[in-house]
Design a binder for this molecule. Sequence first.
Ligand SMILES: Nc1ncnc2c1ncn2[C@@H]1O[C@H](COP(=O)(O)OP(=O)(O)OP(=O)(O)O)[C@@H](O)[C@H]1O
Length: 283
Amino acid sequence: MADAAERQADGSGPPGGSIAGGRRAATSDTASRDAGSRALEVVGVTRTFGALVALDGVDLSVGPGERRAVLGANGAGKTTLFNAITGDFPPTRGRISFFGEDVTELPQYDRIRRGLRRTYQHSLLFRGLTVRDNLFLASRGVARRRFSLLRPRGGDFAMAAAERLAGQAHLSRRLDTRVADLSYGEQRQLEIGMALAGAPRLILFDEPAAGLSPGERGNLVALLHGLPEHLGFVIIEHDLDVALKVVDRVTVMHNGRIFKHGTPAEIEADPEVQAIYLGGQHG
Ligand SMILES: Nc1ncnc2c1ncn2[C@@H]1O[C@H](COP(=O)(O)OP(=O)(O)OP(=O)(O)O)[C@@H](O)[C@H]1O
């Protein structure tokens, strides 16, 4: 069902354009499916809020290690889709599978245990604590093992993980800085570092470039490019200069539905996408 829907919605515009520069040669959804089971399979997902249909029969399929952008005007349903996938606001109808397992009914923490992570548009950081403490707590929070309440020693796995995660988030030199003293861009980097705790298999990034300066955006692109090759992500991002540089494929949403899928170059050159999104015809 998702396969047919995605093929139907595939972008078919000519390759080209200045922004697009996917991480590797993008394949068609059909071809990438040959690689094996899907990391994420969203089938017929609908979410209503009272009379409002925020998501309307959405199908989305993401392969292991794939990097996908979800674009769309304000109110298109992007964050609601993330909320359905993570369980923040479960779907009203439809099914969500994660690495072949139906997780539609699972609570959030069980999805996290299986390797699903996300960042939010609003910050969930502990502002009075240091970078190290935040990363330490994130590592402990996603671990399966039980803990004592005693202060950890030097060899504690989460203490070591905090330093590794700080490196991945380009924050090694800020380990002992309080979050409140970080720049806004560094705080967003820390949120990504926390999402990397444990053994993530797929991360959902919700507008990670929002509010960043041009320099910070460049750093974000480098950070995302530096993530381990096997780690897939889905990114909601209004800044196309960021989004199209870091993904293999793009999905465009409109009015709670999937409007089109394509490569970054196809989507950038697509006149219909420009009309509903780039042209500012919202919602
Ligand atoms: N908890 C909620 N209660 C009621 N309506 C909601 C809720 N969450 C989202 N909506 C509505 O669902 C629709 C889709 O919202 P959503 O936040 O998913 O859009 P979006 O594409 O992420 O937009 P943006 O780019 O502005 O973040 C909007 O009309 C929004 O007002």
